[in-house]
Design a binder for this molecule. Structure first.
Ligand code: SAM
Length: 330
């Protein structure tokens, strides 16, 4: 079987697949003015058919997990068609998604019925007012309700992500609030260290907090580091005997972050991105036009992988061609 291996020996069983750039939230660190269509942009995101061809090719390359992302993946009208088709026809064992959960209470049952294998929900604050200020939407309660519905359906793989932000969620009291949330709740709660992107330099300078503060908290409170599997995401996970849920930390500025990189990104317009902060996007679109192109597509992806760099050098402020994560697929 063909596999995706780069020149540094890293393997890539995990793809983050964006299906739209559009997001309905206005997160202060990502799209503070909301999603704006650029002049001339036709929003020609990959069609369901193109996505289907792509995922079949990826399965031939040993990919065993695809995370649907965006933008906000659920704003796409054919979101459930895409998901169901992937579950039925792609041969990829795990299909998961990242969402802001804005209609989770309404779609939880359908997500479960569609066979989704895992969900990451972004909740930067458990305080309703703060949540509203950060996202522009007073939706926290409905999202929490959606999580309860998923749990009632025995949906197993639920993760909550929060971006670590100065003055918002970076104190021991706030960490404890999140701890209370996962104490009797089998949910993984992970902090993502705020990343600089092309558009957010000022915000980044004012609001970036090193992930060390959370690492120190975990150590002080006897959380124990747990190792992870081959298709796991970038999170360092921690367990505690008194908690049903886990804590996690995604620390892209840490020294060896890229050494364990196991994922590639494909944008909603069909560009292969070897790194979230790389300088090139390689279009796959021309090879998604009919089924007979599959072998050519597989070969192109393998060939491009040789260009993957050892590290992103984000610590030097090199954000590549990513203006915000919504445009690339976070
Ligand atoms: N709309 C979906 C959501 O909200 O989860 C998926 C896309 S969003 C870009 C994916 C994740 O990236 C979210 O958890 C979001 O908080 C995170 N994110 C966006 N910009 C970020 C940044 N500059 N640094 C760190 N995380 C960021």
């Amino acid at each position: 079987m063909k596999t995706l291996t780069d020149t540094f020996g890293r393997k890539f069983p995990y793809i983050r697949l964006s299906i739209t750039d559009v997001c309905n939230y206005k997160c202060t660190y990502c799209l503070p003015e909301g999603y704006k269509k650029m002049p001339g942009d036709t929003r020609n995101f990959m069609t369901g058919e193109e996505i289907s061809r792509l995922t079949k090719a990826l399965s031939e390359l040993g990919v065993c997990k695809i995370r649907l992302t965006g933008g906000e993946p659920t704003v796409r009208k054919d979101f459930f068609d895409i998901l169901k088709n992937m579950k039925k026809n792609s041969n990829i064992p795990k299909i998961t998604m990242t969402t802001n959960g804005y209609q989770l209470d309404k779609i939880a049952k359908r997500l479960h019925e569609s066979g989704l294998d895992g969900i990451n929900i972004s909740i930067d604050s458990l305080n309703r007012e703060t949540f509203k200020k950060l996202t522009g939407h007073d939706r926290l309660l409905q999202i929490l309700e959606g999580i309860k519905i998923l749990q009632g359906l025995n949906f197993k793989n639920i993760k909550v992500n929060a971006v670590l932000l100065k003055g918002i969620n970076d104190t021991y009291e706030e960490f404890e609030e999140f701890g209370d949330f996962i104490k009797n709740n089998k949910i993984d709660f992970r902090f993502i260290e705020l990343m600089q992107t092309g558009d957010n330099l000022d915000f980044f300078k004012k609001n970036h907090v090193s992930s060390k503060i959370f690492k120190d908290y975990l150590k002080k409170n006897k959380w124990v580091y747990q190792t992870y599997g081959k298709d796991a995401g970038p999170s360092l996970n921690y367990i505690h005997p008194e908690y049903k849920g886990k804590f996690g930390l995604i620390a892209p500025y840490s020294k060896d972050f890229c050494k364990t990189c196991n994922r590639l990104r494909i944008t909603s317009r069909g560009d292969l991105r070897l790194c979230l902060f790389g300088n090139t996007g390689i279009s796959l679109r021309h090879l998604l036009q009919n089924d007979s192109q599959k072998d050519e597509l597989v070969d192109l992806i393998i060939k491009q992988l040789h260009l993957k760099k050892e590290s992103h050098h984000l610590e030097l402020g090199k954000t590549g061609i990513t203006p915000n994560l919504s445009s690339t697929g976070g």
